[in-house]
Write a protein that binds this ligand. Structure first.
Ligand code: SF4
Length: 206
């Protein structure tokens, strides 16, 4: 089903990355329409981002350097390549609105890595798609990803420049954000119960 802003009388058609995107001329979707767009893109949950929940905490950033996720110093999307927290938080602080998106799926147990991987893959694929669509309306938007970028089989860091900077999203954690706080403050959950796995990302729009 097409969204209301796609139903307006005057339409233009733009081809972006091989996708056919239809947009009403002169209409910029608001945050609620972007939330609906996210659900149509395949996310399980989406909500307007509670901007007051964006606290850029050094202690979260320090968890990156403890390398629990084994991505520290291995990707352009993660610290230290992601940049100093004091610098990158300034990028985020100029925004006034955004959306949170989540992909939630079933796992058999906490050892069900195949299911976790499949949910993560779906999340990242849908996030790429949504970011492309939102950039159509908000070219300066700021996507924040879930974990390290895995767009390439092997990251070029640190020897060569990033191969796909348009798909390299610095993670929410690298911005010092507590993902659970952001999700809960935005009316979503961080944990949807036993045998569920959820990935969360966000996009600051304007
Ligand atoms: S797009 Fe490729 S080179 Fe760039 S950060 Fe991601 S994995 Fe590394």
């Amino acid at each position: 089903m097409l969204l209301p802003f796609f139903r307006a009388a005057a339409f233009c058609i733009s081809i972006t990355h091989g996708e056919k995107m239809i947009a009403a001329e002169g209409h910029k979707p608001d945050i609620n329409e972007l939330t609906e767009l996210a659900k149509e893109a395949g996310f399980t949950f989406a909500a307007p981002l509670a901007m007051g929940s964006l606290e850029f905490r050094e202690e979260v950033r320090e968890m990156c350097s403890s390398d629990r996720c084994r991505s520290f110093g291995k990707s352009w999307s993660c610290p230290p390549a992601a940049g100093d927290l004091a610098v990158i938080r300034k990028r985020a602080e100029r925004f006034r609105s955004g959306i949170v998106v989540q992909t939630c799926g079933d796992i058999q147990s906490s050892f069900d890595t195949a299911a976790m991987h499949a949910i993560m893959k779906a999340h990242k694929k849908n996030f790429d798609k949504l970011v492309r669509q939102i950039r159509f309306f908000y070219p300066e938007c700021l996507p924040m990803g879930a974990g390290a970028c895995d767009a390439c089989r092997t990251c070029t860091y640190p020897d060569r420049p990033c191969r796909h900077p348009e798909r390299m999203y610095i993670s929410m954690e690298a911005y010092g954000l507590l993902v659970s706080d952001v999700a809960e403050s935005s009316g979503l959950h961080y944990n949807y119960g036993d045998n569920k796995m959820t990935f969360t990302s966000c996009i600051l729009t304007d």
